[in-house]
Write a protein that binds this ligand. Sequence first.
Ligand code: PXL
Length: 267
Amino acid sequence: MHFAYVIAGSEATGGAGIQADLKTFQQLGVYGIGTITCIVSFDPKNDWAHRFVPIDPGVIADQFEAATASQDLDTVKIGMLGTPATIDAVAAALTSQPWRHVVLDPVLICKGQEPGAALNTDNALKAKILPLASVVTPNNFEARALSGLDRLDSVDDLAEAGRRILSHGPAAVVVKGGIDFPGPDAVDVLVRRRPGAAPEVEVLSVPKIGSARVSGAGCTFASAITAELAKGASVSAAVRTAKDFVTRGIAARVSAHTPFDTVWPGA
Ligand code: PXL
């Protein structure tokens, strides 16, 4: 049995967050274990605005203790953290044992949330979690925030953002062009550190499916990478399988009363 661990937020409609992560783990045949960092409950009475409650840092530490005592875990995905206190608790937990892979989905804001709401949280993520990651999966917005580049309009821009984010410590960065990237294709660029050589750049491209955002796609992509790494895949193979997995999940998306359809990890 292979075990994959996720430290992330709960998203109460089931479309994103740890719900999407655990469904993805199950679908890819790994035993999923989860630690909840925060609870997001969209408000249908108020245009589905974000209601956000952080979990007490001591309770995060308790969950981590239970998870890591129950199994020998070496592959973890980090999703939404949400506050500087949560980031401190998760950084302390992560540094308490060695990991083969730490996959970081650097969730800065959720769909529909105000940008710039939590600059101190973004800075803490960059300073304390990013250096512990082995694979990072920023979307277009997050890659601009983490790289300092203003625009990501070409494959070269995505690669340059990846190279800049590599300098913060991770071994690999997958910059997701997503729906904001110009043109008909969903383009992701994998940039990997190589000892004594320039970073290796791999471009993954498939035709875009529709022109609307799908909730949970980023969570599903990063958790699929995590599941594949847990099974022993290389980073490049894990990213390719995850791209295929999330593409199918977007094609089979589930409509909801929320403003966004949600990905179907069971596709
Ligand atoms: O899709 C990003 C995301 C991740 N994690 C949680 C979320 C969201 C977006 O809503 O609520 C918990």
